[in-house]
Structure formats: C-alpha cells, structure tokens
Design a protein around this ligand. Structure first.
Ligand SMILES: CC(=O)SCCNC(=O)CCNC(=O)[C@H](O)C(C)(C)COP(=O)(O)OP(=O)(O)OC[C@H]1O[C@@H](n2cnc3c(N)ncnc32)[C@H](O)[C@@H]1OP(=O)(O)O
Ligand SMILES: O=CC(=O)O
Ligand SMILES: [Mg+2]
Length: 531
C-alpha cells in the first residue's frame, strides 16, 4: 500500500478526493505489475537507437509478416467514436476543458502529454477537472468575471496520458517514482470508468509516443488487468494510438493487432513524428531536414506515412485520424488570419481526400472550418469502407529525405521558439501561442533537435553558406534572448524562466549525446520549484 509519505497532497482537500486509499492501491498494483516491463521496453528503445546509430536501416519486421498478411480486424468501434470528423485537443486546464467540450468538435482529447507541463498542481487539478466534467459538475469563473459552464451537447471525451518515458516523481512505490502513463491512466480510469459507462460512453484514451508493437502490447495488458480490477467488461477501454515515431510507422499493423480488442484506430501525430525522424537518424550522414516550416505533410516521407496509416487502419476496420495543423486564429491582423485559415483548410482537404476519418484542431476557432471541410468531403460518419488498395508505400518511401534549405530565419526561429516554449513549460504551461502557431512539447522538440543536428551534420549549412556550429548558435542564443527581453519586457523576462530555459536549451544542443526528450531535463528543473 502506498504510504501517505510517498505522495504529495499539499493540504489540498480536492487532491485527497483523487488520491484516495482505493485509488492509490490501484496505482500501486499497476506499478507492481507493469513498471519493470515498462523499464525494460525503455531499455529496448536505447538498444534500437544504438543499432540505428551504427547505421542500421529501418524495415518492416520479418517476424510479424504473418500478422501483416493475415485477415483480422479490430473489435467493433463504440457508437460515439464512429464519427470523429473534428477532434479538438488541449491541456487539462479547467476553463479550456469547458471550452473544448463546448466547441462543437465531435471529440475532445484532454492532454496530459504534449500540451501539459507536468507540475503536480497541473496533474492533480487536471484529474479533478476531468472528474467534474464527466459528472457535468464543472464550472469556472475567470478573473474578468466571465462564467463558464457546459452546453447541453458536448464533445466525447478522450484522455491522453503521458508517454512511457515520463515519470511522476510525486508518487513513489518503495522509493521508486511511478510511471506518468500509469498514474494518468490509472487515476482517470479508477475515478471515472463506471460513471462514463453509466452515461453511455466509455473510458477512451489516446496513447502517445509508442515506438513499437511491444509497447502497444504492454498497454493492452494494462487494459486487461485494469478492467478486471475495476470490474468493467473486457474490451470497454478503447484506445487510439498515435503513430508519431518513425519506428512505429513500420509496425502499424502490429500495433493495431496487439490492441485489437481495445483499438479505436491510429492517428498521425505529425509533429512528434518529425522529431522522431531527426532523433532516430541522428547519426545518419544522408539524413538531414531543412527548415521546420518546409517539412509539411506534403513532403514525401510525411505523405507516405499518412497514406500508409489510412490504408492499414481501413484494412482492419479501424479509423485513421489525421494530424494537427499548427495554425491558430491570428488576432488583430485579418490578412494573416486569412492565410492561417487557408492553410488549415488546404491541410484538412488533403486529409479528407486521402481517406482520413477525422482530424485534429488546436483551437475552437478552427472547429467550424474543419467541420465544413469534412462534411463536404465525407458524407458518411467515417470512410473506413474506402480501403485505399491503390496505395503502395515502401520502406524507402517512409524514410525519404526531403529537400529544402536551412535558413538563418529557420535557425533563429528554432532557437527562439525552443527557449520561449521551455520557459513557458517551466512556468506550468504546456501549450502556448508563438508567432501565431500552436507550440507544444512536440513542436519544441523539433526546434531543439534541428539545432542539435545542424551543428553536427556535414550538411548543416545555411543557404548563404554559413556553417552552423556551436559558436554561431551560442551567439544567436544571446541575440534571441535580447529579442525576447525586448518583446516581453524586463519584468516578464526576469520572472518568466527565460534564462533557465536558455540554459536547458544550451545543454541540449551542446551535448554530443542526443538527449532523448527535452522534457526529461526540464522535468528535473520543474521539480525544483513547482512541487
Ligand atoms: C503536437 C500535438 O501534440 S497537438 C496536441 C497538443 N496541443 C494542444 O492541444 C494545444 C491546443 N491549443 C492550445 O492550447 C491553445 O490554442 C493555445 C495555447 C495554442 C492558444 O491559446 P490562447 O492563447 O488561449 O488562444 P486564444 O486567446 O486565441 O483563445 C481564445 C479562447 O479560446 C480558448 N481556447 C484556445 N485554444 C483552446 C483549446 N485547444 N481548447 C479549448 N479552448 C481553447 C481560450 O481558452 C480562449 O477562451 P476564452 O475566450 O473563453 O478566454
Ligand atoms: O501529438 C501529436 C503530435 O503531432 O506530436
Ligand atoms: Mg505528439
């Protein structure tokens, strides 16, 4: 049994409502049954990275060929997940949960991952907010007096727990931190599964950053165990896996197969996918990406993966959800706003034309536009019937290196966004608007990974022929910090964690060993003052 000394309640009455003895006992069981396997799988990630660093090429697995070639389908998708044409995502902030549920989107993914900075307060408050939202007992009053409450019709709730790599250091078992995934999943399920079922829906999840089908098998075993413990029918949990690592793209069939009793399809997590492409091929001299702004869904390796996801899902009667266009409405600039909307529209038109069954938006202001695009392109609840047998994506297509320039603006933007995002994250905000784009942990990972790669790669050269090296980047970091200071003002600059963020950014790009996730060192920094 977890002892009180092993958790932080901080005297908050409502935290106690989440961290009940029963919930803690359930978490402890999850930990004892699954944490060693989680750790072994994280070790396996390191071994696979080492093989790639030594020049290994990615390919479809020979040992699972029979799974790819045999006929099977996932179990029936529940009624309220049949039509997912517009999914809004957002952090587990109380006001935003209400706004997202009211947004007119079909579903809302409440995010403990890319969009949440995992302060203890955010984590616990997020669980409280979701518990209240499910029971329709959520309301909120903003400092300006604006009142928030739920509409009659709300989006279907899906929760994204943290990835397997993240730990929750405020909950320990025998002195060892628990997995962030198991904490987020476990607390949400424990408090809400039966209530969700009673209300005609279910415990639905998005599973982030999986690298292979063994990690999907672990989730599936967690589901079987948890359904048994909680006393809900097997198969009640439904999970959509984000295909957001380059290695997982080679195992889409296998991931669906592992989760076939619990699967609600796949999603193209495009931003982490780009990050993963850089990370996994960090040592390959033939792989380098141009400016982030030109690595769109239309470059061959991105388009191939999205098409393969559609074909794979539809073959298995599962939905294939598209990805996040990072544009958000632009305030006080009609022209820039129009451009942003046009970009989102084009992105979503391509997705629906290709066969995606739904897609993501980052902001309520985009819901109507994207709904109209999908209504026009998809007159049925989904298009799983469209098997796309015409698609033929090869292993080479999935890794094709895109062309394009590295520019000084691209380099400066990566530095600027990397620092500003990390500063926000250290201040407890996991998603922020920067340069009229939604930035979250996944997009920030691209920024710092590109700078790391460009410093070391023989082709890390700006299009004016300037070589990118540590010295240049150090200079630009100072210049970008000055710009940020001018922009946010002295007070905000000194209170806003920018210097700490710059220190983390500097460490990340100067260490020869590529740090697996920006959020790992950032979490250590966060623990020092936010908990
Ligand atoms: C790569 C990936 O993993 S994508 C998935 C993870 N990322 C995300 O989920 C990010 C989602 N988006 C967001 O968090 C936000 O849109 C941000 C931070 C980018 C911008 O937020 P803001 O600066 O608040 O935008 P803005 O001022 O235009 O918001 C207007 C209103 O819409 C609300 N809003 C904006 N985005 C969202 C959202 N995603 N969900 C719910 N409400 C939202 C705001 O709370 C605000 O409400 P109010 O008028 O009642 O005060
Ligand atoms: O989680 C989504 C992504 O694009 O990353
Ligand atoms: Mg992601």
């Amino acid at each position: 049994m977890l002892k009180n000394s092993e958790i932080q309640i901080n005297g908050n009455q409502r935290f106690e409502e989440i961290l009940t003895p029963g919930a803690l006992e359930f978490l402890e069981k999850l930990h004892l049954h699954f944490n060693d396997r989680r750790k072994n799988l994280l070790e396996l990630r390191k071994e696979k990275q080492q093989e790639l660093n030594e020049g290994k090429k990615l390919d479809f697995l020979s040992e699972t060929q029979s799974i790819r070639e045999s006929d099977w389908t996932v179990e029936q998708i529940p009624k309220d997940l049949q039509d997912r044409r517009v999914e809004i995502t957002g952090p587990v902030d109380r006001k935003m949960i209400i706004n997202a549920l009211n947004s007119g989107a079909k579903t809302f993914m409440a995010d403990f991952e890319d969009a949440t900075s995992p302060t203890w307060e955010n984590e616990m408050q997020g669980q409280i907010n979701l518990k209240d939202a499910i029971r329709r007992q959520i309301d909120f009053q903003a400092p300006n007096g604006k009142e928030y409450k739920l509409n009659e019709d709300t989006a279907v709730l899906i929760v994204r727990p943290r990835g397997w790599h993240l730990e929750e250091k405020n909950i320990t078992v025998a002195g060892k931190p628990m997995s962030g995934s198991l904490v987020d999943f476990g607390l949400y399920l424990y408090h809400n599964a039966k209530e969700l079922i009673r209300r005609g829906t279910g415990p639905y999840f998005y599973l982030p950053k999986l690298e292979n089908h063994l990690e999907a098998r672990l989730w599936n075993d967690v589901f079987i165990f948890a359904q048994n413990e909680i006393g809900i029918p097997q198969g009640t949990i439904k999970a959509t896996v984000l295909i957001e690592t380059i290695t997982a793209a080679f195992e889409m069939d296998e991931i669906l197969y592992e989760l076939r009793d619990h699967s609600a399809g796949l999603n193209c997590g495009r931003w982490d996918y780009i990050f993963s492409y850089i990370k996994k091929f960090q040592n390959h001299p033939d792989v380098i990406l141009p400016d982030r702004s030109v690595v769109t869904m239309e470059v061959p390796f991105m388009r191939s993966y999205s098409l393969l996801a559609i074909q794979t899902c539809h073959k298995r009667n599962a939905p294939a959800i598209g990805g996040m266009a990072a544009q958000i409405p632009v305030k006080n600039d009609d022209k820039a706003n129009e451009v942003a909307f046009k970009k989102v529209q084009a992105d979503k038109e391509r997705e629906v034309r290709d066969g995606h069954d739904g897609t993501w938006v980052a902001h309520p202001g985009m819901v109507q536009l994207v709904k109209e695009v999908f209504d026009k392109g998809m007159s049925t609840p989904n298009q799983i019937f469209n098997k796309r047998d015409d698609i033929n994506v090869t292993a080479e297509d999935l890794v094709e290196v895109p062309k394009g320039d590295i520019t000084e603006i691209g380099l400066r933007t990566n530095i600027n966004v990397g620092i500003q995002y990390t500063a926000a994250w250290l201040s407890g905000m996991g998603a922020v608007p920067l340069n009229n784009l939604m930035e979250d942990a996944a997009t920030a990972e691209i920024s710092r990974a590109q700078v790391w790669q460009w410093i070391r790669h023989p082709k890390g050269i700006i299009n004016d022929r300037t070589e990118i090296n540590l010295g240049l980047v150090e200079t630009l970091i100072e210049e970008e910090l000055d710009k940020i200071k001018d922009n946010v003002g002295n007070d905000m600059f000194s209170n806003g964690n920018y210097l700490r963020a710059a220190e983390i950014f500097r460490d990340l790009i100067s260490q020869d060993q590529f740090t697996e996730f920006l959020t790992l060192p950032a979490y250590e920094s966060l623990l020092k003052d936010n908990n």
